[in-house]
Write a protein that binds this ligand. Structure first.
Ligand code: CUA
Length: 155
């Protein structure tokens, strides 16, 4: 079978790009430990405030250097809207939504997840430098979407 030179070049280029993408994926997942935020459970969105741990949103120290943040998103606020954690602490955010799909993104970090009513999301991050980070909802959730933000203060 005769394969045209241009076709051969196209196939080789395609193969190289595919191999590079697979290598980048393997490196970021296995080498850098980047993963999608996990969906760790289901919850009745109508009973979020009656269901543990969401009946007590806030920041809790769970061990030396380890903190847990329980967060509820609802149109158009995060609860709590302000999080204070010490630097170098491993912070696990456990969050859900009571109404529509919201987003949770902390600027200048890899914390970025979708908060879906009925699902519980979890993500862990270590804040290495003191300072303030804006925490925003990045899924359009209605007329007050642009006012839905909070902050993370690393002390
Ligand atoms: Cu909540 Cu946009």
């Amino acid at each position: 079978m005769k394969v045209h030179d241009y076709e051969k070049a196209f196939l080789i280029t395609g193969g190289i790009v595919l191999a590079l993408c697979a290598a980048a994926l393997a490196y970021t997942t296995l080498g850098l430990g980047m993963h999608l935020p996990g969906h760790v459970g289901h919850i009745d969105p109508a009973k979020v405030y009656q269901t543990a741990p969401f009946n007590a949103p806030g920041v809790r120290k769970v061990a030396e250097g380890k903190y847990e943040v329980v967060m509820v998103a609802q149109a158009w606020a995060f609860m709590p809207a302000e999080i204070r954690v010490p630097r170098d602490a491993e912070v696990t955010i456990i969050a859900t939504s009571t109404d529509v799909i919201h987003g949770l993104e902390i600027e200048r970090t890899r914390v970025n997840m979708m908060l879906i009513p009925g699902q519980i999301g979890r993500i862990t991050h270590t804040f290495r430098e003191p300072g303030e980070h804006l925490l925003i909802c990045h899924e359009y959730c209605g007329t007050g979407h642009h006012m839905m933000y909070g902050k993370v203060i690393v002390e």
